[in-house]
Design a protein. Structure first.
Lengths: 486, 462
């Protein structure tokens, strides 16, 4: 295993961790925000350095330098591989943008200490491959949102019920996997429990209601930080995908597909913009699961591309929505707000991020969705068709929301609603990444393909595993027979 | 310079000019730099003129060199060689794409000059020209696409710009609602095209039109598909074309699209956008040839659309809607011609019709003024001109037919009744149930949370 030049990963985790401790002691929220920005920026720089350093090492996995855990146990705790290398900086960037674009009026209501703690836990999770450590970090990651819900007792209860279930399933599953051999039925039960935990954490139907409730009734900043990086998908990749039998993966893929379609349909009947956002996010994040669980190189590459695109595009979409809420209060989608003239920059970003999430040409999501559909069709034609259908419905919802927020009679008022400098910076950064990734997709696709192949190699080490994905169903086989007819 | 190098240079200029325009207008909008109207107009003129000259030069060179098919390879945009996945960017100049591209540059350029005065000092001037640039790029890419994936790329750009242009006057709700409706139909069309592209890719291993249709130049060629495969892919392409060209049952969006500014109505829905479906069918001609059932479906859909639109056009109360249905009548006939295998006739028909309709739509606002002048001069309404069939028809049947035509064949009403309403009521019920479940988990009183689930989405938006 290669070792990086400097302890980049530890720096990336320590910066927000120390920042959290520091920001928690500050009384002035404006100063806390500025100090948090410094901590987030340091974390981003360290994460980027780790990615660059890893790319230069030309190895499958790279360990952090001076890993204290490795000194004691011999195996490194913090590592980076093709799969997690871009996730760490993307996660750090998203958290930086969350802090950067926090409106001044919300400063007193946002806890920067909890946001920084969430970032530290998130980055640590992405830098870990050891199952028990991941389990611990996933459980710890549920605490900051719970603390943020102290003013919302009803939502706190809904959240607590689901997260307790998640932690119990996660802990139970991993315990069974640790205690029993592969041949034991209890080992299989452990896999099933882990799978169930991942489904709960990712908001797969029918255990998705906590997510809509969190977005609708909780703090929107906390909700974005908790749901957008898709830690559930990471858990699926590290804990479930390498060991799960094909039928478990197929089950997840089918449930994810149902979620993608159901959430897309539900987004079309929503009145509350936050709830609408949540369904939109659920639909797109479920598509990532479909690709992950089909376990074919092309679909898996597509899923990993869509994952990055969802964090950037829907993260940006959520931040734009938060900026709009800051100007007009809670957004209801049954009236027109007419904000285009006052906030053309936000209008452009709202549309751009929304279109990127559905894989519109020229945006970062386009090639990801193409790959996903292409790979899914090879597993089962219906998969491909349903993914396209979900993207179609999401497209309708995106433009509907855009029209509701930005068109209509022009708002009259004396308050300047123009985007602030920090919001403009966030808009430009996201626009550059979304369009840059869309117009020059090859580096991103190559990197995600390497990650996909790494995952598939792990699966191939399973006894009796089929190379590059599981067997097709009867209908899938007929479809491929029809293909071969030519 | 060899012919091949010259072709490549001219091809890149043809595609690059509109792209350059989009980059300039788009970046300035994104960065918040306000270009003056003069600068916007100059950039637009330059891009269109350069693109037009380059495409005419390609045509001239093709005639001189005697080549009927000139592929321009730009390489792989994305490739995963080990998995045989590639997104190939290549363009094709042939007897179909070159006339269509020249037509696009000509009409879009004309309308650009018209719009520059028509929208002078309008608050949405720059927005119009941004969407205009997106549309131009989409049309040129779709026309010249040598692979079905590239065609899809242009197809989507055309769809988005069209929907946003319909909603151009966005301070009023009606254009916005109509824009959403147009977008809905376009998304269905996009979905059908994407599925067709993926299916085609898997059936033949190629999305490349040249390899797909054999080495022969358009309209010859032989699709490497069985009859059943051709029928499957062809029906998907027909749905895509029906959505884009407003064939029945999707005709409802075309008169709605007239809510946009006259320049965009003229060039997009009267002339270019509405013919893009027919263009797709022409491009997929060799696939149509593989299945007589598919050809019959294309012919029947085209003929039915033509008959319906001819009747609807006669009862419209406003000139733009009447022109929209008149346009649809011709598009229906063009589609029927494609179904019958008359590819060149259809191509010539498209070019002639697009030019005529652009002129009519641009003339429409002043035509009304002229009619009023005529009526003032003669002191009465202009005489009606009922046709032979109207005079012979029983009164009751005439009234029914009139109503059917006035209601635009009830197609929108049927879609609302059988698709939109069941959809909305089902998912509103799901929303209520979810809220009830959340309420139970929160320990709230029964019904407390359901009250928030009031209907949000007006069904006309779907």
């Amino acid at each position: 295993m290669n070792t990086m030049a400097l302890p980049w990963l530890q720096l990336a985790i320590l910066a927000p961790l120390i920042g959290a401790l520091w920001a928690g002691r500050l009384r002035d929220p404006d100063i806390a925000r500025r100090h948090s920005l410094v901590a987030c920026s340091l974390a981003l720089v360290a994460a980027l350095a780790a990615w660059i350093n890893f790319a230069s090492l030309d190895g499958a996995v790279a360990a952090d330098r001076w890993d204290l855990y490795a000194l004691r146990t011999g195996s490194p705790l913090l590592t980076i591989d093709a799969l997690s290398a871009p996730l760490v900086p993307v996660g750090a960037l998203f958290l930086l943008l969350v802090v950067l674009a926090t409106p001044r009026t919300k400063l007193r209501r946002v806890s920067f200490a909890w946001i920084l703690l969430s970032e530290a836990i998130l980055l640590a999770t992405f830098c870990c491959q050891q199952p028990w450590v991941i389990v611990g970090l996933l459980a710890a990651g549920t605490v900051p949102p719970w603390a943020g819900l102290r003013s919302f007792p009803g939502s706190r209860r809904v959240y607590a019920i689901h997260m307790l279930l998640f932690v119990a399933l996660l802990g139970g599953g991993q315990t069974l996997l640790t205690l029993y051999a592969i041949s034991s039925p209890l080992h299989l039960l452990g896999i099933v429990l882990l799978t169930a935990a991942v489904l709960v954490r990712s908001g797969i139907v029918p255990v998705h209601c906590w997510m809509t409730d969190l977005c609708e009734h909780g703090s929107f900043s906390n909700s974005l930080v908790f749901v957008v990086p898709m830690v559930g998908a990471y858990a699926a990749m590290r804990l479930v995908l390498p060991i799960a039998p094909d039928w478990v993966l197929r089950g997840i893929a089918i449930l994810s597909l149902i979620t993608a379609l159901y959430a897309a349909c539900m987004s079309l009947v929503q009145r509350d913009a936050r709830r609408f956002f949540c369904y939109l996010f659920l639909s797109n994040s479920s598509l990532v699961f479909v690709g992950l669980e089909t376990a074919t190189p092309v679909a898996l590459t597509g899923a990993l591309c869509v994952w990055i695109s969802v964090i950037l595009s829907l993260g940006g979409y959520g931040l734009t929505l938060r900026a709009i809420e800051h100007r007009v209060g809670r957004v209801s989608l049954d009236k027109f707000y007419g904000l285009y003239q006052q906030t053309p920059g936000l209008a452009a970003l709202f549309l751009l991020t929304g279109l990127a999430s559905i894989g519109f040409p020229g945006t970062i999501g386009f090639i990801g969705v193409e790959l996903l559909v292409d790979g899914a069709v090879m597993v089962h034609p219906l998969f491909g068709i349903l993914i396209v259908l979900a993207a179609t419905l999401n497209g309708l919802a995106i433009l509907h929301a855009y029209f509701r927020v930005f068109t209509g009679t022009r708002r009259s008022g004396t308050i300047d609603l123009q985007a602030r400098l920090s919001e403009r910076v966030a808009v430009l950064v996201l626009a550059v990444l979304i369009l840059g990734g869309g117009l020059f997709p090859q580096p991103g696709v190559t990197s995600r393909y390497l990650g996909a192949m790494q995952l598939l190699r792990q699966r191939e080490e399973l006894p009796g595993a089929a190379p590059h994905g599981h067997a097709r169903g009867a209908f899938g086989a007929r479809w491929h027979g029809w293909f071969a007819e030519r | 310079m060899s012919h091949d190098a010259l072709f490549t240079a001219l091809g890149v200029i043809t595609v690059g000019a509109p792209v350059a325009l989009l980059v300039v207008v788009g970046l300035s909008a994104l960065a918040g730099w306000s270009l003056s109207e003069r600068a916007t107009s100059r950039f637009t003129e330059a891009a269109v003129v350069v693109g037009l000259i380059a495409s005419i030069a390609v045509l001239a060179l093709m005639l001189v060199s005697g080549r009927r098919n000139v592929p321009i390879e730009l390489g792989n945009w994305v490739a995963i060689p080990h998995e045989h996945f590639h997104f190939h960017l290549s363009f094709m100049f042939d007897r179909l794409s070159v006339p269509f591209t020249i037509l696009t540059f000509t009409l879009v350029g004309t309308i650009g000059a018209f719009a520059n005065r028509y929208l002078h000092r309008e608050s949405g001037y720059h927005r119009f020209f941004l969407l205009y640039a997106v549309f131009l790029v989409g049309m040129v890419v779709a026309c010249l696409a040598a692979t079905i994936e590239t065609l899809f790329l242009g197809w989507e750009l055309v769809g988005l710009s069209s929907a946003l242009l319909v909603a151009y006057f966005h301070e009023r709700p009606t254009p916005v609602i109509n824009g959403q409706r147009v977008w809905s139909v376009y998304r269905v069309s996009d979905a059908a095209l994407l599925i067709a592209a993926v299916a085609l890719h898997h059936l033949t291993g190629e999305g490349d039109f040249i390899k797909l249709m054999g080495q022969s130049a358009w309209p010859d060629g032989h699709a490497a598909l069985t009859s059943a495969q051709a029928l499957f892919v062809g029906l998907l392409l027909l749905v895509a074309a029906a959505g884009k060209s407003a064939l029945i049952p999707f005709s409802g969006w075309l008169p709605r699209a007239m809510e946009g500014p006259t320049p965009s109505s003229a060039v997009f829905y009267g002339a270019l956008s509405v013919h893009l479906g027919a263009f797709l069918l022409l491009r997929a001609g060799p696939i149509l040839d593989e299945s007589w059932l598919l050809c019959a479906a294309v012919f029947l859909l085209g003929a039915a659309t033509a008959v319906f639109a001819a009747m609807a056009a006669r009862v419209q109360a406003d000139v733009k809607s009447a022109l929209a249905f008149a346009s649809l009548t011709q598009v229906g006939i063009i589609t029927a011609e494609i179904g019958l295998g008359f590819r060149y006739v259809a191509l010539v028909h498209i070019i002639g019709h697009a030019c005529l309709r652009t002129l009519q739509l641009v003339r429409a606002p002043t035509l009304l003024h002229d009619y009023h002048s005529l009526e003032n001069a003669i002191g009465e309404h202009l005489p009606g001109n009922s046709g032979y069939i109207e005079r012979r028809m029983p009164e009751q049947a005439g009234v029914r037919l009139y109503r059917w035509a006035l209601e635009r064949g009830y197609f929108d009403a049927l879609i609302n009744h059988y698709v939109v309403r069941p959809f909305l009521s089902t998912f509103r019920w799901c929303d209520r149930m979810e809220r009830r479940w959340i309420g139970a988990l929160r320990g709230a009183a029964p019904g407390e949370f359901e009250r928030e689930a009031t209907p949000a989405y007006p069904e006309e938006l779907l």
